[in-house]
Ligand binder design. Structure first.
Ligand SMILES: [Zn+2]
Ligand SMILES: [Zn+2]
Length: 186
């Protein structure tokens, strides 16, 4: 009998430059940041919300808020998974639940060995999904001076940028708007 794995290996995929993709829950635009030490807690919380673990009552590490690079929207750190990352976590939670259910059924059928005619047959579940494939190496690297960190932004984004970590706004007025303001001041 295959046993449910005691440890779920779950990690957000990185691109060739080592960045992790995030998606804004507000404007749905993609950006990337370096892997952060809260990523494990983010996945753990999301997994626990999808599947009632025995230890779900255990408190998880607090995850700080993040800001959207483009629109400045502020949300809890675990609300920035992309649909692909979210689907993977859900698939792992589902597979894990099947394993646990299978073991429970197998246990019941073993302990009912005196029963001459078992009333159910438990089907061995499929293996847990493997890791997510590495992310594509898109978007352009932009250094943010406020926190001394690099982020990756859309190539065609010309608006202001908000630091995902501290919310500081960088840039703001496009060249045309600046010229317009100078004209008004004269
Ligand atoms: Zn946004
Ligand atoms: Zn910052």
């Amino acid at each position: 009998m295959r046993r449910a794995p005691a440890i779920i290996d779950l990690e957000l995929p990185r691109d060739a430059s080592g960045f992790v993709r995030r998606e804004c829950p507000q404007c749905q635009r993609d950006f990337k940041t370096r892997p952060c030490r809260h990523d494990a807690s983010i996945l753990q919380r999301r997994l626990a919300s999808l599947f009632p673990f025995e230890n779900a009552h255990e408190s998880f590490d607090e995850v700080p808020d993040w800001w959207c690079l483009y629109c400045g929207y502020r949300a809890a750190g675990d609300e920035w998974l992309t649909p692909g990352q979210q689907a993977h976590v859900e698939a792992v939670a589902r597979a894990w639940a099947n394993h646990v259910r299978y073991e429970q059924l197998a246990y019941v059928s073993r302990t009912l060995s005196l029963n001459p005619r078992p009333t159910f047959v438990s089907v061995e579940p499929e293996a847990l999904p493997g890791p997510m494939p590495p992310d594509t190496d898109d978007l352009r690297i932009i250094p943010l001076v406020c926190c001394g960190e690099e982020v990756k932004a859309l190539w065609d984004w010309e608006g202001p940028l908000f630091c995902p970590r501290c919310g500081s706004r960088h840039g703001g007025l496009s060249g045309r708007q600046q010229i317009h303001l100078e004209f008004i001041q004269e």
